[in-house]
Ligand binder design. Structure first.
Ligand SMILES: Cc1cc2nc3c(=O)[nH]c(=O)nc-3n(C[C@H](O)[C@H](O)[C@H](O)COP(=O)(O)O)c2cc1C
Length: 196
């Protein structure tokens, strides 16, 4: 399968970097064709301009490449930390610029109205997130906004029906042994989501 992997973390030596590395190694070992994009390493510009919103916009090569990889993907994996209960700005901008109208979703009504119809061919999406909030406090105080963003606002709109998200917490208090167990879990989730 063709799998797109996107990492949004400024430090490749972070736990997020280790998750992404584990994902890429596992998928590659299982014979998948992996397209890996480390957004910070690529210097991805997150700003969507008025010119680029236009349907006939001429897209910069990097954005066009990301779109080509997204459209071709049978599966998608996203890795990022929770920053203010949201994806880091670089990843939010990636969504704005890459998940374009009539590429990732279609609006059937006049002048951009109507219920969105998903256009992505990817059958499954997996999102790995990390945070420093204990799970019960995250649910009680904040309602786990990342689950709603990824499952409902993004992947359901784009037609990716099989969705799985795993959050690892609390990263700040975690030992090397705990992190290794979490990385073992990453391997299991990837193998359970994308058949070798
Ligand atoms: C700008 C910023 C905002 C953050 N906001 C949150 C937050 O809303 N909730 C939370 O639990 N942790 C928050 N954190 C902590 C990060 O989620 C945590 O540092 C990260 O998940 C640890 O993974 P890493 O070691 O791979 O960086 C924030 C960190 C930064 C730098």
């Amino acid at each position: 399968m063709k799998i797109l992997v996107v990492l949004a973390h400024p430090n490749p030596a972070s736990f997020n970097g280790a998750i992404a590395q584990t994902v890429v190694q596992t998928l590659t070992a299982d014979g998948h064709e992996v397209r890996f994009h480390d957004l910070y390493a690529q210097g991805f510009d997150p700003v969507l301009t008025a010119a680029e919103i236009r349907k006939d916009a001429v897209l910069p090569p990097l954005v066009a490449q990301h779109i080509a990889d997204l459209v071709a993907a049978d599966g998608i994996v996203i890795v990022h930390p929770s920053w203010w209960g949201q994806p880091p700005a670089i990843l939010k901008g990636w969504l704005d610029r890459v998940l374009r109208l009539d590429i990732a979703y279609h609006l059937p009504g006049p002048a951009g109205s109507g219920t969105p119809q998903g256009l992505l061919r990817a059958a499954a999406a997996v999102v790995f997130t990390t945070s420093n909030t204990p799970p019960l406090r995250e649910i009680d105080l904040y309602g786990d906004p990342l689950q709603n963003i990824w499952e409902n606002c993004i992947f359901r709109v784009c037609g990716v029906t099989r969705f799985f998200r795993k959050n690892f917490a609390v990263i700040a208090m975690s030992t090397p042994a705990q992190r290794q167990l979490w990385l073992d879990e990453v391997v299991k989730i990837i193998r359970g989501s994308f058949t070798p």
